[in-house]
Ligand binder design. Structure first.
Ligand code: NAP
Length: 348
């Protein structure tokens, strides 16, 4: 089959669109003919390489995919050839104490599919092999492209806001990267919970998209001071929740923007890992810091119900042929994407 693959870390030039061996499903796996896959920032982290993380080569990225089940292993029940599915990207043993208590991200075998799996084991390919338990029915109201755009960012944003920060009606939520993959989901989740998203973006075009998605306020960081705008909007009180994933560049502003007793929830650090915290604010304002990583299957299914009801909509920037993954990664690195990039294999 054709896939986008790399064998050494580097810039987008290390990505090759070429033949790789077809995946072989084990007894508990399903083989999916990929109709669409999407881009995540972890594709870029893997391609660049991360200190302390070993990537199996050749590496096929892609933590989101949707398609049709082509074959199932001998032990698989409940999923059959022809089923339309999307992939739940959290892989774990499903048997340990963490997994059976709904905390699969604490499993010793936890892996993000298409990021930590391999060799040749991700969604940017014509076929994908995943454990049957990770094949989730595709919502009927979605195209394959729409379905592939959702799982990782939808589930992550849901866990951050609902499970970790416990968003409530009326809350002010500062959403960094409001027009990004996570941000477009966070704005819509806030709306579901009657919370007020203050979306931060870097252009007027992105500001418009955030308003359309239901952001109560939008701050354009390229021409406005975010902390000052937060003070004005909240009448000097500060926000109840900061939705963080930018890290080093935004952390001090995030902390300054919180109300007394407010919560910061973070899942990433696009701009750098050395985020500075003035700890006086932490104790004096009695702030809460929550780390959050991916989500469990129940969180994905809970969030998908709001997709089925039309309350949360996929946000697709554009659909590209699979072989244009390098171009897609460049667009993401330049912050030129609104919502998600979707890739389709030629024969899909
Ligand atoms: P994305 O679609 O590329 O969006 C990121 C947004 O961040 C951009 O649209 C940009 O918005 C904003 N941004 C970038 N640099 C910034 C800066 N210096 N200051 C302020 N804003 C900045 O990426 P994503 O899919 O939302 O993911 C975001 C991060 O979360 C990535 O690092 C990713 O690896 C991480 N993540 C972690 C998990 C997890 O489970 N741990 C899951 C998903 C994602 P503007 O330019 O418009 O402001």
């Amino acid at each position: 089959m054709k896939a986008v693959v790399f064998e050494q870390h580097g810039g987008p030039e290390v990505l090759q669109y070429r033949e790789v061996p077809d995946p072989k499903p084990g007894p508990n796996d399903v083989l999916i003919k990929v109709k669409a896959a999407s881009a995540n920032y972890n594709d870029i982290w893997a391609r660049r390489g991360l200190p302390g993380v070993k990537f199996d080569m050749p590496h096929v990225s892609g933590s989101d995919a949707a398609g049709v089940v082509a074959a199932v292993g001998s032990e698989v029940r409940g999923v059959k050839p022809g089923d339309e599915v999307l992939v739940h990207p959290s892989m774990s043993c499903r048997a340990c104490e963490a997994c059976t208590s709904g905390q699969e991200f604490f499993c010793r075998d936890f892996k993000i599919w298409g990021f930590q799996t391999g060799p040749n084991d991700g969604g940017h390919a014509e076929y994908a092999r995943v454990p049957a338990v990770n094949a989730v029915p595709k919502p009927k109201n979605l195209t394959f492209e729409q379905a592939a755009s959702l799982p990782l960012v939808l589930m992550t944003a849901w866990r951050m806001l609902v499970s970790r920060a416990q968003v409530k009606p009326g809350d002010f939520v500062l959403v960094w990267g409001g027009a990004g993959g996570l941000g477009t989901m966070a704005i819509q989740i806030c709306k579901v919970f009657n919370a007020r998203a203050i979306a931060v973006v870097s252009s007027d075009e992105k500001a418009k998209r955030c308003q359309e998605l239901g952001a109560a306020y939008v701050v354009n960081r390229s021409k406005q001071d975010v902390a000052e705008q937060v003070r004005n909007i909240t009448n000097r009180r500060g926000v109840d929740i900061v939705f963080e994933h930018v890290g080093q560049a935004t952390f001090p502003t995030s902390i300054r923007s919180l109300r007394w007793g407010g919560s910061l929830v973070t899942c990433g650090a696009t701009s750098g890992f050395e985020a500075v915290t003035d700890v006086r604010f932490l104790w004096n304002k009695q702030l809460n810091f929550h780390g959050s990583h991916m989500g469990n299957k129940a969180e994905l299914l809970a969030a998908l119900r709001f997709v089925e009801s039309g309350h949360i909509k996929p946000v697709i920037d554009r659909v590209l042929p699979l072989k244009e993954v390098p171009q897609g990664q460049e667009l993401m690195e330049q912050d030129k994407v609104v919502g998600k990039l979707v890739y389709v294999p030629e024969a899909a």
